[in-house]
Design a binder for this molecule. Structure first.
Ligand code: MSK
Length: 663
């Protein structure tokens, strides 16, 4: 790769066929990507920054701290443990803030929908009733919009709440709640926990790393069981809870003879409006007028995941591919909102026909054009954006689409879907999953979540997944990690036979599901919390999430949100292994994260750079839980007879063309 692309040595980390293919085209060789910038920076990351020991919280510094060296504490006397814990806590607060602000927008959109002020409607009435019960809302004799309005207002109040507990905390297993109560980490209000974390990590406030981390847990729990869960559940009610569907991903989903519009960011309100506007007669007429065969909407990053899960709209690229999507020269507009949008995208399209359109007042960008998305005039905003894109079609110059690079995936595994996929539509239950874990066909469950970046080879997710599947670990994936696994073919039901150990393969083949289940975007990690809670409730696998044979990873984490997610998983009882963490410069704090937290929460952090070793750390963590549950003995392999197969498949999700052939 390096010789072919102007000596870019970072390009050696690229293994993805579509990216390789594209970057070797003459057209794309002129495009400067993150790989080139890594090369031209010519320096490795700052050691103090990457080990967590650079303190910038006051103007006496910045102070670089060396643990154990008296002359290298901060000017104020701050030790490596204090500084590193404060920095780690601030990452968690920033990640939580991002999820929370996104969630607030979704709740506001939900309220507007309940009032009839948007083109959307309350779609999943069953889930509305489930959430109404959680929030203690009377449903009998009330119209769906009336219930939704009360739910929306109660949800919105959780952001500014000052005392008491966040409502959805009670969805966790009782033992988990007791652990939080004992530690004093139950979140009171979403915004309050972010603010308090920022205050306590200000110069001269909280200086004891364990105490700082107690607040960090409270903040992260406000994300997982508060903000993110609100966003997921209310979005499902408004746009529909995902169900399994076939779709395609990768750069090859772009179409040469269509107007290509990519939607990038996180908030599905805009993306859903664009989907509706794309079917509008005025828009279709304009598409025809400019000589295009149609309008091709495609997703990027987590907005991509949202419309992929709910509508089967193809995903052109994940975080790491956002520049490649534009380097094709085939995109008329990239419409962006908030989070994970690289500033470089506006530079890549300079002098080209593509528009980068920012749509959120919070997220503007030099050299982009801004069309504010107004939720009260969602269709008007969406049509304005599409018209701008369509008018660019005729200006398109040379382009290259790696047309062969599109991969089939089956997506749409909400926790409700997993319920009936395994339990049957008429007997929704996690029982078969628990039973298969107890009898050893499935060793345990792994969450593969989070981002991608350029420090390591782009096949890290795949290598970890292959190792887990070989060892009969079922994978639930979200975010850009999910897209990376989809691009490598692991979200096809056929992948079970290719990659899984005998036990997991048998279960997947019987049910007709892929061995890696796409569960959604980064806020949808809250689905995993509910799935794990349901497994506990079902019985036989202990009394808390901390007892379950489950483990999480966000190996190629890039965003602060991934650390907030990691922290709420650990605080909820699930072990988490990353490839690296900015904590290694502080011995005592590091030991607390890797060991001490286990005594408090029943789970802890870990890190490992090598993907195969990382997978084995996860497997070891799962095995330890199995051992503690007394289910780690080798069981005789029992082949499914027809009765057992029927039991598992009755009323299964019915993915067209997916399954063992039984109806
Ligand atoms: S978009 S937070 S790169 S998963 Fe959610 Fe992807 Fe990570 Fe952004």
């Amino acid at each position: 790769m390096s010789d072919e692309r102007n000596g870019c040595s970072s390009c050696n980390t690229i293994t993805g066929a579509s990216t390789k293919d594209l970057l070797n085209q003459d057209l794309a060789k002129q495009v400067r990507t993150a790989y080139d910038r890594i090369d031209s920076r010519g320096m490795s990351s700052c050691l103090f920054g990457s080990s967590g020991t650079c303190c910038k919280v006051c103007n006496m510094g910045p102070c670089q701290i060396i643990d154990g060296v008296d002359s290298m504490v901060g000017v104020c006397g701050a030790t490596a443990d204090t500084v590193t814990a404060r920095n780690f806590a601030r990452i968690i607060a920033a990640g939580t803030a991002a999820h929370a602000d996104h969630a607030r927008e979704m709740v506001r959109g939900f309220i507007a929908t309940a009032k009839g002020e948007t083109p959307h409607e309350i779609k999943d009435v069953q889930k509305l009733h489930v959430m109404a019960e959680v929030f203690g809302i009377v449903t009998e004799g009330r119209d769906k919009n009336e219930i939704a309005l009360e739910l929306g207002n109660k949800a919105l109040a959780e952001f500014g709440q000052q005392d008491g507990l966040l409502t959805m905390i009670k969805r966790a297993p009782k033992k988990q709640q007791a652990i939080w109560e004992k530690l004093g980490v139950e979140p009171r209000g979403i915004d309050r926990e972010v603010v308090e974390t920022m205050h306590r990590t200000h110069m001269g406030v909280d200086q004891e790393y364990r105490n700082i981390m107690l607040q960090s847990s409270r903040c992260a729990l406000a994300d997982g069981w508060g903000a993110s869960m609100l966003s997921t559940e209310l979005t499902d009610i408004m746009f529909g809870t995902p169900v399994p569907r076939r779709a395609i991903v990768d750069l090859g989903v772009l179409k040469g003879d269509h107007v290509n519009v990519t939607v990038h960011g996180h908030e599905p309100l805009l993306a859903e409006a664009l989907c509706l506007a794309a079917e509008d007669a005025e828009i279709l007429a304009l598409v025809k007028k400019v000589g295009a065969k149609g309008l091709n909407l495609a997703g990027v990053c987590c907005t991509g995941n949202e419309i992929l899960m709910r509508r089967g709209i193809p995903v052109a690229g994940s975080f790491i591919q956002q520049e490649m999507v534009l380097a094709t020269g085939a995109v008329e507009a990239m419409v962006v909102d908030v989070q994970c949008v690289m500033p470089s995208v506006a530079q890549i399209v300079k002098g080209k026909h593509t528009d980068i359109i920012t749509t959120n007042y919070r997220a503007k960008m030099p050299d982009a054009i801004h069309i504010q998305f107004e939720e009260h005039d969602a269709m008007g905003s969406a049509k304005k954006i599409l018209i701008k894109a369509i008018n660019n079609f005729k200006k398109r110059g040379d382009y290259y689409i790696p047309v062969d690079q599109k991969i089939d995936v089956v997506v749409g595994f909400s926790h409700e879907t997993i319920n009936y996929m395994l339990g049957g539509r008429f007997r929704q239950s996690y029982r078969p999953l628990n039973d298969n874990i107890i009898n050893g066909r499935i060793k345990g469950v792994a969450a593969m979540v989070g981002c991608e970046h350029y420090k390591y080879a782009d096949d890290v997710h795949f290598k970890i997944a292959v190792e887990l599947l070989k060892n009969n670990v079922l994978i639930l994936a979200t975010g850009c990690a999910a897209q990376a696994l989809g691009r490598r073919g692991l979200m096809r039901p056929e992948a079970a036979a290719e990659y899984c150990g005998a036990g997991l393969a048998e279960v997947c083949e019987t049910v007709g599901m892929p061995p890696v289940l796409h569960v959604g975007s980064c806020v949808d990690n809250s689905r995993l919390l509910i799935a794990l809670s349901e497994m506990v409730k079902e019985g036989g696998l202990g009394e808390s999430i901390g007892d379950l044979p489950a483990c999480g990873t966000a190996p190629l984490w890039m965003s602060e949100k991934a650390v907030a997610i990691g922290q709420y998983f650990v605080a909820s009882g699930a072990n988490v292994v990353f490839q690296n963490l900015p904590v290694t410069g502080a011995k005592a704090f590091n030991k607390y994260l890797l060991e001490g937290m286990k005594e408090e929460y029943g789970a802890c952090w870990d890190y490992e750079e090598d993907p195969v070793k990382l997978a084995h750390k996860m497997i070891k963590a799962i095995d330890e839980k199995r051992e503690a549950l007394g289910i780690n003995k080798k069981q005789d392999r029992v082949l499914f007879d027809m009765g057992m197969r029927r039991d598992l498949t009755t009323g299964h999700a019915g993915i067209p063309g997916v399954g063992c052939g039984q109806k």
